[in-house]
Ligand binder design. Structure first.
Ligand code: PEP
Length: 250
C-alpha cells in the first residue's frame, strides 16, 4: 500500500501561485519520491487545471476539495465530479471539518457525496474527526463510528480499496498547532480500521487511513511511522513547496 501524502490548500492561492507551488513541489521531490509514496494536492477549483498539469509526473495527482451530487444542472456555485475530472482531478475530498462545521454539511450529505464521487470515477478521501468537547466527554469512538457508518452507507461494498481513503482529522488539531499524540492517533486509526473491516470485510485492511491535524516537517516522520497511519492530510504546512516536500519525503 502506498502512503498517500496529501495537501489541502483550502481557499488559498491564485492560479500563478498554485502552479508555482506545484512545480516547486515536483522539482523538489519527483526524483527522490520513494516507490511507496503517492503525492496528492487539493488546490482551489480555479487553479485545478494548472496544478493537475504541473503534477503530471508519476506518483503525483490533483483533486477537488468538494463537489455536488449531480453531473450538471441549476445548482449555482456548485461543481460536479465530471467537471473536476475534466480539469484533471483524480480525487475528491469529502467531509472536511470546515465543510461539516463551518458550512453546515451533515453526515448524510457527506455520505451522499462520498458514494456519488466514487460512482463518477473519482477516488475519494473521506474526512472524519471529533470536536474537542466530544473528546473531553469520551465520545471519540461514537462520533467516528457515526461519521463512518453514515459516510460509507451507500458506497458499494466491492469498491476497489485504493479508491477510498479515510482521513482521521481531530477538529481540535486542524490549523491549531496542537497535534494529536501518538497514542491518540493510533487508538483512533485502529478504531477506524475496525469499522472499515466491519463494513468492507478484509478489503478494509487495504484502505488507507490518513492522519490530519497540524502535521509539520518536524513531526511527520514520527506520525507516518505509527501503526495504521497510511499517509497524511496537511493544510498549513502544505502551502509552501519547501515545507510540503519535507513532509512528502519524511
Ligand atoms: C486540513 O486542512 O485538513 C489540516 C489538517 O490543516 P492543518 O494541517 O493546517 O492542521
Amino acid at each position: 500500500m502506498k502512503k498517500l501524502m496529501a495537501a489541502n490548500w483550502k481557499m488559498y492561492k491564485t492560479w500563478d501561485q498554485a502552479v508555482d507551488t506545484a512545480e516547486g513541489l515536483v522539482g523538489l521531490t519527483a526524483d527522490k519520491l520513494p516507490d511507496d509514496r503517492e503525492v496528492l494536492v487539493f488546490p482551489p477549483f480555479t487553479a485545478l487545471k494548472g496544478v493537475a498539469q504541473a503534477l503530471s509526473a508519476d506518483g503525483f495527482s490533483a483533486g477537488g476539495q468538494d463537489y455536488y451530487i449531480d453531473q450538471e444542472g441549476a445548482f449555482t456555485g456548485e461543481i460536479s465530479p465530471m467537471m473536476l475530472k475534466d480539469a484533471g482531478a483524480a480525487y475528491g475530498l469529502t467531509g472536511h471539518s470546515e465543510r461539516r462545521h463551518v458550512l453546515g454539511e451533515t453526515d448524510e450529505f457527506v455520505g451522499q457525496k462520498t458514494a456519488y464521487g466514487l460512482e463518477c470515477g473519482l477516488k475519494v478521501v473521506l474526512c472524519v474527526g471529533e470536536k474537542i468537547d466530544e473528546r473531553k466527554s469520551g465520545k471519540v469512538e461514537e462520533v467516528l463510528e457515526h461519521q463512518l457508518r453514515v459516510g460509507l452507507k451507500d458506497v458499494p461494498r466491492d469498491v476497489a480499496p485504493d479508491r477510498l481513503s479515510i482521513a482521521y482529522e481531530p477538529v481540535w488539531a486542524i490549523g491549531t498547532g496542537e497535534v494529536a499524540g501518538p497514542g491518540e492517533i493510533v487508538d483512533a486509526h485502529t478504531f477506524v480500521r475496525k469499522i472499515l473491516v466491519s463494513v468492507f470485510g478484509e478489503k478494509g485492511n487495504e484502505m488507507r487511513i490518513l492522519y490530519g491535524g497540524s502535521v509539520k516537517p518536524a513531526n511527520c516522520g514520527e506520525i507516518i511511522a505509527l501503526d495504521n497511519v497510511d499517509g497524511v492530510l496537511v493544510g498549513g504546512a502544505s502551502l509552501e513547496s519547501e515545507s510540503f516536500s519535507q513532509i512528502v519525503l519524511a
